[in-house]
Design a protein around this ligand. Structure first.
Ligand SMILES: Cc1cc2nc3c(=O)[nH]c(=O)nc-3n(C[C@H](O)[C@H](O)[C@H](O)COP(=O)(O)O)c2cc1C
Length: 210
């Protein structure tokens, strides 16, 4: 395996918001290919409770956009002060605002769902842990084909309204995210600054160096 290529893919798959190509359609086959890759991800007890809803209908995208904006505006307004003075956080907020403005123009939205409602307690780890790896694989598969996305959760503030809109049986199926799907404007994404792993990794005992 060529680690140079895989490491590049793994370290440069960013949340793309400002560089989504809103004018270029995304082929159904490309989305299906990426989902085929996504469903090779692990799930607890191999349950494969994932379900995927791809939304391309302009009216549905517009209604979902309304819910996304409503959730996003509340969240971003609340976080504005905390981000002030932190350039990296300010960039995230500006980028997130941009996506709020254009969300209904993205060629496709993917809503990864999971069967059942999220359980309480320890079972919650298995529940969300059985959808997160697949969605990340989907994002990586998009990136390797010249497309991009961003994991978003804003519309989940109105999950029930979105379920009614899309015919999702709310009591039986949980929406876990909403991903815009589009080709990217350029493909030269970079690594993001992160805290050094040595600082956040411990050895044998909590807070002892590894
Ligand atoms: C669980 C989760 C929820 C997120 N929700 C949103 C969201 O609602 N809107 C948004 O614009 N970005 C959202 N993000 C993207 C993060 O802001 C982003 O991953 C973070 O700023 C790091 O940037 P990067 O992905 O480019 O490394 C979410 C990410 C995760 C993992």
């Amino acid at each position: 395996m060529d680690t140079t290529v895989t490491d590049h893919l793994l370290t440069t798959t960013r949340s793309v918001r400002k560089r989504l190509d809103l004018d270029r359609p995304v082929e159904r086959e490309v989305i299906l290919d990426c989902l085929r890759i996504a469903t090779q991800a692990p799930t607890g007890s191999n349950q494969q409770g994932w379900r995927f809803l791809v939304v391309t209908d302009p009216e549905l995208k517009s209604e979902l956009g309304r819910l996304y904006r409503a959730g996003g505006e509340e969240y971003l307004e609340a976080g504005k002060e905390a981000a002030a003075g932190n350039p990296q956080q300010e960039r995230v907020i500006s980028s997130a605002w941009h996506l709020l403005e254009v969300i209904d123009r993205v060629p496709a939205m993917l809503i990864p769902c999971h069967r059942g409602r999220p359980p309480e307690g320890i079972a919650a780890a298995g529940y969300y842990g059985s959808i997160l790896p697949a969605v990340w694989s989907f994002m990586l598969a998009l990136r390797s084909r010249g497309l991009g996305s961003a994991w978003t959760s804003f519309h989940l503030a109105y999950e029930r309204e979105a379920a009614d809109l899309l015919g999702i049986p709310y009591e039986e199926v949980t929406q876990t995210a909403l991903l815009p799907v589009a080709y990217t404007l350029g493909t030269d994404f970079k690594q993001a600054p992160r805290r050094p792993v040595e600082e956040i990794t411990y050895g044998d005992r909590w807070r002892e160096p590894f």
